[in-house]
Design a protein around this ligand. Sequence first.
Ligand SMILES: *Cc1c(COP(=O)(O)O)cnc(C)c1O
Length: 393
Amino acid sequence: MDKDQYRPETNAVRIQTERTWQMEHSTPLFLTSSFTYDSAEEMRATFADETDNNIYSRFSNPNVDEFVQKVCSLEKAEAGYATASGMSAIFASFMALMNAGDHLISASSIFGSTHTIITKFLPKWGIEYSYFDINAPESIEALIKPNTKMIFVETPSNPGLEIIDISIIAAIANKHNIILNVDNCFASPVLQRPIEDGAHIVTHSATKWMDGQGRVMGGVVVGRKDLIKEIHTFCRSTGPAMSPFNAWVLSKSLETLHIRMERHSQSALTLAKALEGNPLLQWVKYPMLESHPQHHIAKKQMSGGGGIVCFELKGGLQSGIRFLDSLKMLSLTANLGDSRSIASHPSSTTHAKLTDEERKKVGITPGLIRISVGLENVQDILEDIQQALENSK
Ligand SMILES: *Cc1c(COP(=O)(O)O)cnc(C)c1O
């Protein structure tokens, strides 16, 4: 079917693999490593790229294709490739599109493992990088060099919820013929479509809001056809393919992505407003609060604030630990974007190994709490947070 036949919510439900002779209604699970041919000629033609037939599930698989088609439709992208995790999607986008001697410019507020790839591994293969402050996008132009190949940003950023104007970065990238790569994990294509704002490729951890129920890992890169072709060629040989089972789960999840993101955003805003002004908190951060420093950008490029709310406990590190210990319902876990609400305290967990100075640089303060707002009744979420705040004093 035409992946853009209907409105986005409908495409997310109705894009489906071709019905088999069993006349199933729901997409079956194609758990198969390889695919067969009726003749030597058909096999030859398929290997010569003269047909669209599948060959081997490392290259393509019907369940994975269905998932990719849906994400392409939601992101308004020409093409895509799905991977085993968000990190393999980001890694493949770097490795396939940059060569030794190239230069990457990235915002410094990015996911921890992305930071590790950029600072620890890319230099090993002769790819240099420069970081810029996401709050000072005008500083990018001064960093551009003749060998700058890609600009990478994550907006809103994890966990600081910092926001950058994608259209401004896209204008800079286009002026200098640089690829703009946006990690759109936090907003999801329901709330933000970077390609419409000028990005060339978009990367996702499908593990988060796309699955939305904390079950499977996945990643996907979508964007301009010629760039995705390079990524596909790289992945075909190196093997970070998404499993058909995970693709089947994730494709089903996309059917409910719109209604879930609407509810996550609505509950997160209710929670953020209820917590703003709480005397135990130094500040509350949420893209759709007027007090958010980049609220004007959020309003322009996002149709909702997403499911993450952050706040800073006045009591700092020790209060953060007491807050986590006092929660009765919210889960303490590393994931986000789940139907179940999750609390995390970066200073004592994900970012504990960094020095205070390094943490400050990436926007992590001692009492920073990140809440991934789930699908429970928002009053239950709020009451659990409020009682834990009282006990964190
Ligand atoms: C989780 C996450 C990733 C990595 O995705 P995995 O599926 O865990 O590999 C990348 N970017 C952001 C913003 C994330 O939150």
